[in-house]
Design a protein around this ligand. Structure first.
Ligand SMILES: Nc1ncnc2c1ncn2[C@@H]1O[C@H](COP(=O)(O)OP(=O)(O)O)[C@@H](O)[C@H]1O
Ligand SMILES: [Mg+2]
Length: 262
């Protein structure tokens, strides 16, 4: 990924990537990826959501869809990304495209770095057709996560107010910055009781980043704990459809508005 080999078009496409990462699992990455994608589509954006948690892909479950094709066919060379994407439409006809990480063909756990690099490259190619390409990644900092978050787009690091989520988010930011000092990282604090609690958690990670890494990632948004999130996931209907006026839905809409620059 050097400037010399990157045409201006491709570099602009690459900046359309938005990675959702966390370090720690279970902080709400998949729910946020689905909801943010949905909110961006309501804001008039054309969006592709890639289920990049290759071991435990579950975007399809939260959306209640059963894709009959997935990234496996792209990797085997049988299909292109365009052929594999599954359109998702809500009741008002608003929608987005999903690139399933796995379905019938099983999990894609152990891909080589070379293969992961090719997946990243096909996502950048696919970005020619979208305003945003969201990547829901696995927890941890293994090669699948670090390779798929190595790009010029945005990286949203999701954490909660839980101290272990802070240390894991910090570990993710550290490896990301070591690989790519110019990485465009912002923090999302999810599942907090109050805005104040979210601000405090953000201040703590900001202090760690400033002290040890000499960077100061901005706060992209705070999302409240909301029983409607659990209900929407259980019913396999996106929260913006099932509970559009819930606190968590409003918070994600605000985050989407920040991302589209309003
Ligand atoms: N804002 C929230 N309010 C309430 N519960 C939440 C919220 N965000 C996430 N959760 C809970 O966290 C669980 C894990 O979410 P998920 O998106 O699967 O996380 P991850 O992809 O990071 O592993 C959800 O099933 C839900 O119960
Ligand atoms: Mg997940």
């Amino acid at each position: 990924m050097t400037d010399a080999t990157m045409t201006p078009d491709r570099s602009a496409q690459e900046r359309r990537l938005i990675t959702i990462a966390s370090g720690k699992g279970g902080v709400g990455k998949t729910w946020l990826s689905v909801t943010l994608t949905h909110a961006l589509s309501h804001a008039g954006r054309k969006v592709l959501l890639f289920d990049g948690d290759l071991g435990l892909a579950n975007v399809d479950i939260q959306l209640g869809i059963m894709p009959d094709r997935d990234l496996g066919q792209v990797i085997s060379g049988d299909m292109t990304v365009e052929q594999v994407v599954v359109p998702y439409r809500d009741q008002d006809g608003t929608g987005f495209d999903v690139l399933p990480g796995k379905s019938g063909s099983g999990a894609l756990g152990n891909l080589t770095k070379d293969m992961l690099g090719r997946i990243r490259s096909s996502l950048i190619d696919a970005a020619a057709n979208y305003d945003h390409v969201l990547l829901d990644l696995a927890a941890g900092i293994d090669p699948a996560v670090t390779t798929l978050s190595f790009h010029r787009g945005k990286i949203l690091v999701v954490m909660t107010a839980d101290p272990t989520s802070l240390t894991d988010a910090y570990a993710f930011i550290k490896v990301t910055i070591m690989r790519n000092p110019r990485a465009d990282i912002a923090v999302v604090v999810n599942n907090v009781a109050t805005k104040r609690e979210g601000e405090r958690a953000y201040e703590a990670i900001k202090r760690a980043c400033e002290g040890f890494l000499k960077i100061s990632p901005p706060l992209a948004g705070i999302i409240k704990n909301d029983a409607k999130v659990v209900d929407a996931i259980r019913s396999q209907v996106p929260i913006l459809t099932r509970h559009p006026q819930s606190e968590a839905a409003k918070d994600v809409r605000a985050l989407a508005a920040t991302l589209v620059g309003r």
